[in-house]
Structures are given as structure tokens and as C-alpha cells.
Design a protein around this ligand. Structure first.
Ligand code: PAF
Length: 282
């Protein structure tokens, strides 16, 4: 594996690799865990060349403390990537990705206005900025994203459509969970041992709500999820929305969507955790 720090070197390597076959890109912000590795394994299976970017993108953080405390574990990340059979690890500096301020405002529309978009103003514009740059730097055949950030995938698809990345396949990959159900996240390391033992309640309650959904209205199912999670110590639900998987718009009745997805954000202490579940009714 080669660690690459500059855009020029990355482009040169990938121009050459492209003559030999397909390129799979896995964009990450580092602090790699088994969730990332599952994306990388899939990229490895499906492509001739695999490039993983490790870049904590400042433009997508609307909270300076969140940016400052975001875990950075570059050496460990490089070792994991090497072990996973990655060809190129792109680990650029902020100046390399943003030689000048990126003032682009993407017209991402309704998919970016709800949930994370409403709670974290500017977040999705920052994601669109960096992912569009990464797509331009790497020109991949496929790019891999985890479904834990369910709304993010819809936003990236919208950005790709706006920017004309038509020949690039965006591959969504299922959430990877710890044995106790907690969705894997780089933020999980910030939980205290006690919080860590309580955090799996999020996924357990979401799972139990699949059964509740068969007998309760959508509004009552939402309320049940929020109340049940909030009853645990440290837990504070920021939002729980049940949305249509394609439009990301909240629905009022189960019959409003053939693909309802429940998207949740919970503060466990001061750690913001997200998760989601697909409801299959009937
Ligand atoms: O999901 C993430 O880790 C980030 O939002 C991404 C897609 C790598 C962009 O910085």
C-alpha cells in the first residue's frame, strides 16, 4: 500500500491504475473500525484498484468542539488499511484539499433539509464539497458509503446528479454492528464504559419497534421509540423521524411510503449517536 499526501500524486497513480481496470473509492474520516473495513472488503472484491481517503473534513463540522474532539488515529488507520489490501491510502492535509476556501453552495433540495440537515446547518453542504472533490480527484468506478449515515447517501446521490457524476456507481453498504447491536461509529470510543453499556438500547428499541409498528400507528410508534429510549440514563433523543427512503421526507401514515425508514439521533451523554431501521410492513 502507498500512502499518498498530494492530489497531483493521487491523480497520477490513478490515471495509470485506470488503464488496468476499475477503481473503488471508500471515503472516510479515519478512526477506522470494522464498519469501514466492511466497505473496504466490498470495494476490494468488486474493483481492481482500491483507494481509501482518510480526511477529517472541516467544512462538514458545524460544531468546532466536535471537529476538535473527532478521533484522529492515522498510524493505526494506515496499518488497518495495509492489512485490508488497500492499494492507496489518500491522507491529505486540509490545505491540500482546500488550497482556497470552498464557497460552493450546493442546491441539494429537500433531501438535505430535514433531520441532520435541520439539526446541523451547513453539514451536508460540507459533505457535498468534500465528496465532490474526492470524486474529481479519484474519478472512481464505484464509491462506497455506509447506511448508518442513511440520509448522507441520499445527499451524495443528489450532489452526484447535480455535478454530473453519471458514470460513477454509488454503492450503499449495510450498517455494521457490534455484537450487542450498537451501530459501529468512530464516536463510540468517546462513550464512558457505563454509557457504552447503555448505548445498545438504541438499536434494541429500534428493532423492537418493528413489532410495535404492526399494531401501532406511525405517530404512536415514533412516540414509543422516543419515550422508551429517553427512559434510559444518559439517553436523550434529538429526533426520531420515519421517512421515505428515497425522498427522506417524513411520512404521517405507514401507507404513505412503500419503504419507510426510521432515522434516529440520540445523545448518550455528550456523544451524538445515529442509527436507523427499515420498516417492512405487511
Ligand atoms: O461519512 C463520513 O465519514 C464522511 O461524511 C465522508 C463521507 C467521508 C465525507 O467526509
Amino acid at each position: 500500500m502507498e500512502i499518498i499526501r498530494t492530489v497531483a500524486e493521487l491523480k497520477a497513480k490513478l490515471d495509470e491504475a485506470r488503464t488496468r481496470g476499475t477503481i473503488g473509492l471508500v471515503p472516510t474520516m479515519g478512526a477506522l473500525h470494522a464498519g469501514h473495513l466492511s466497505l473496504i472488503e466490498r470495494a476490494r472484491r468488486e474493483n481492481d484498484t482500491v483507494v481509501v481517503s482518510v480526511f477529517v473534513n472541516p467544512t462538514q463540522f458545524n460544531n468546532p468542539t466536535d471537529l476538535a474532539t473527532y478521533p484522529r488515529t492515522e498510524e493505526a488507520d494506515a496499518a488497518l488499511l495495509e492489512n485490508a489490501g488497500v492499494d492507496y491510502a489518500f491522507m491529505p492535509s486540509v490545505e491540500e484539499v482546500y488550497p482556497e476556501p470552498d464557497n460552493r453552495q450546493f442546491d441539494l433540495g429537500p433531501v438535505a433539509e430535514v433531520m441532520e440537515g435541520a439539526m446541523r446547518p451547513g453539514h451536508f453542504n460540507g459533505v457535498a464539497q468534500v465528496v465532490s472533490k474526492l470524486f474529481r480527484f479519484t474519478e472512481p468506478t464505484r464509491a462506497y458509503f455506509g447506511e448508518k449515515d442513511f440520509q448522507q447517501i441520499a445527499v451524495i446521490r443528489k450532489m452526484a446528479q447535480l455535478e454530473g457524476f453519471n458514470n460513477l456507481e454509488i454503492v450503499d453498504c449495510p450498517i455494521k454492528r457490534e455484537a450487542d447491536g450498537l451501530a459501529m461509529s468512530s464516536r463510540n470510543v468517546r462513550l464512558t464504559p457505563e454509557q457504552r453499556s447503555i448505548a445498545p438500547a438504541i438499536s434494541l428499541v429500534l428493532k423492537a419497534s418493528l413489532v410495535k409498528a404492526r399494531e401501532l400507528s406511525l405517530a404512536d410508534t415514533k412516540k414509543w421509540v422516543i419515550d422508551t429510549i429517553n427512559a434510559f440514563p444518559y439517553m436523550n433523543v434529538e429526533y426520531y423521524e420515519i421517512v421515505d427512503a428515497a425522498t427522506m421526507q417524513p411520512i404521517g401514515e405507514w401507507s404513505d411510503s412503500a419503504t419507510p425508514v426510521g432515522c434516529i439521533t440520540v445523545f448518550c451523554g455528550d456523544v451524538r449517536l445515529i442509527d436507523n431501521i427499515k420498516y417492512i410492513l405487511k
